[in-house]
Write a protein that binds this ligand. Structure first.
Ligand code: C5P
Length: 255
């Protein structure tokens, strides 16, 4: 079982702003502690390109390139190869692209990692059901619970040889039960208990303790850290608080 790790979502449009935030968070983990992860999503990548990934790696972070590829297998193959070559430590595709697309992505990840002589392959995850999807406007959900569809898509990802999925904290237990404890679950929508933090536009939030107790391997946190007010200690204090809570919950789960 992995020790849960923290991924900070750098949802900024200006690359300079994202890199300033990352620089400010460099002191959060020290020698002997797991590296902090930075998530580069579409907004930042479209503005800053692969240089952003290289800069963050140079600062000592691990990088999750959250570009959610969905296209014909040949196009996804090329995108995955480019993502691996950027230096990303984790990348993702949409599971709704199907088994062939997912298998092609795994082969592309493996091939690119071999070519580069990487000792550790980047993790390849599949997005199951976006938390923004509703059954009224999303045909794949019509008439079915989002959790059931997410479980089916997680099984497809497992069958294709992916390392895990992006899912809601509420789905971790059933996905792990079906796909195995080692199958990685990465969960966004993490908030500190009120009144410490706002839910923003997240509909189904979980505390870091609940996500760790549910078995999540990676917790994605954006605004609670990146928009933390200086009066409350700013991003560094919030990131430390998240890590402290994750460590306590993880230790409590092992006794
Ligand atoms: O600021 P906040 O903590 O809500 O940021 C969460 C991050 O996780 C954002 O980058 C968002 O795009 C991403 N995400 C999400 N829900 C999903 C998948 C990704 O919130 N289902």
């Amino acid at each position: 079982m992995r020790v849960p790790e923290l991924v900070v979502a750098l949802d900024f449009q200006a690359p300079a702003e994202a890199l300033d935030m990352a620089r400010c968070l460099q002191s959060v983990t020290g020698p002997g502690q797991p590296k902090l992860w930075m998530k580069v999503g579409l907004e930042l990548f479209v503005a800053g390109g692969p240089d952003i990934v290289r800069s963050l790696k140079h600062m000592g972070f691990r990088v999750f390139l959250d570009l959610k590829f969905l296209d014909i297998p040949n196009t996804v193959r090329g995108a995955v190869r480019s993502a691996v070559k950027s230096g990303a430590d984790m990348l993702n595709i949409h599971a709704i692209g199907g088994l062939e697309m997912a298998r092609t992505a795994v082969a592309a990840r493996d091939g690119a990692a071999d070519e580069l002589g990487l000792s550790e392959k980047p993790l390849l995850l599949a997005v199951t059901v976006l938390t923004s999807m509703q059954d009224t406007d999303t045909p794949i959900l019509r008439g079915r619970e989002a959790g059931d569809v997410a479980l089916d898509l997680a099984k497809l990802a497992r069958q294709a040889g992916l390392d895990g999925v992006v899912c809601s904290g509420r789905e971790v237990a059933s996905i792990k039960a079906e796909c195995g404890a080692e199958f990685v679950c990465l969960t966004p929508g993490i908030r500190l208990p009120d009144p410490l933090s706002e839910a923003d536009d997240q509909r189904r939030v979980m505390t870091p303790e609940a996500a760790v107790a549910a078995g999540s391997d990676f917790l994605v946190v954006g605004r609670p850290i990146t928009r933390a007010l200086e009066g409350k200690g700013g991003p560094v204090a919030l990131a430390r608080e998240m890590l402290g809570r994750m460590a306590s919950a993880s230790a409590a789960g092992k006794v």
